[in-house]
Design a protein around this ligand. Structure first.
Ligand SMILES: [Zn+2]
Length: 230
């Protein structure tokens, strides 16, 4: 049985860097969200060791399910950190018939109603990750898929306790906050380059008009690359 040597526990910030540096050789069109069901949070609390559970899942996927590798690209731990899994350039074993172009993440927990509740650091990590991911791959919120949405899934995954609309609203509000931060950074750069003079006015706009985000962040990126930002 070929175990992966590449599993690594990373923070969200580290994961973003890894994803930005990774050379994707396949087109990513969707992000598939799952819960592990088992281990659930109570099992995790008894043994909060991300690498241990990643290996348990890997053994199950390779040994019992006869997959070539662990099914998922990432596992999200209850503490908000992630464990890397399957090679990002390999198609996941996520939802039969819908795996092409998918990127797969498992969240440790059983989020069916009456069991675990997605919350705390784990919840903010998945919302922030989704926000980052849809932006990076330009797939939009419609690119976020719950396992149960696929015909024939026959599962409640990622749990009946997670409502899709509420989930997407949380992703959207995180996205808005990070866009506002990016926008303010961009305005700073554009102001330093003396392209605008009324910085305060633009900063005010940043809180209300997210539509200027695309143009201004691209402009700032261009200025930064050309070194015209000081
Ligand atoms: Zn699932």
């Amino acid at each position: 049985m070929a175990q992966s040597n590449n599993f690594k526990i990373v923070s969200l910030a580290e994961l973003k860097i890894i994803l930005d540096q990774f050379v994707f050789k396949r087109k990513i069109v969707s992000l598939h969200i799952h819960h592990t069901y088992s281990p659930d949070i109570s099992k995790w609390n008894k043994n909060p060791d991300g690498m241990y559970w990643q290996r348990v899942m890997e053994r199950y996927h390779i040994g019992t399910r006869k997959f070539n590798a662990i099914a998922q690209h990432l596992t999200l731990l209850p503490d908000g950190n992630f464990v890397t899994g399957r090679d990002f350039n390999l198609t996941p074993a996520s939802a039969s018939g819908f795996n092409d172009g998918a990127f797969m993440i498992e969240m440790i927990g059983n989020f069916d109603k009456g069991y675990d509740v997605l919350g705390g650091k784990q919840a903010s990590a998945i919302y922030e990750f989704c926000s980052f991911f849809v932006e990076k791959f330009g797939i939009g919120l419609e690119g976020i898929k719950f396992h149960r949405e696929f015909p024939g899934a026959g599962k409640t995954c990622p749990g009946t306790g997670i409502d899709k609309n509420t989930f997407l609203q949380s992703v959207m509000s995180i996205r808005k906050i990070s866009q506002q931060n990016e926008l303010k950074e961009a305005i700073d750069i554009i102001n330093n380059a003396k392209i605008i003079t009324d910085k305060a006015l633009w900063m005010g706009k940043a809180n209300t008009d997210i539509n200027i985000w695309y143009l201004l962040t691209k402009t700032a990126k261009y200025l930064k690359e050309k070194g015209i930002n000081k």
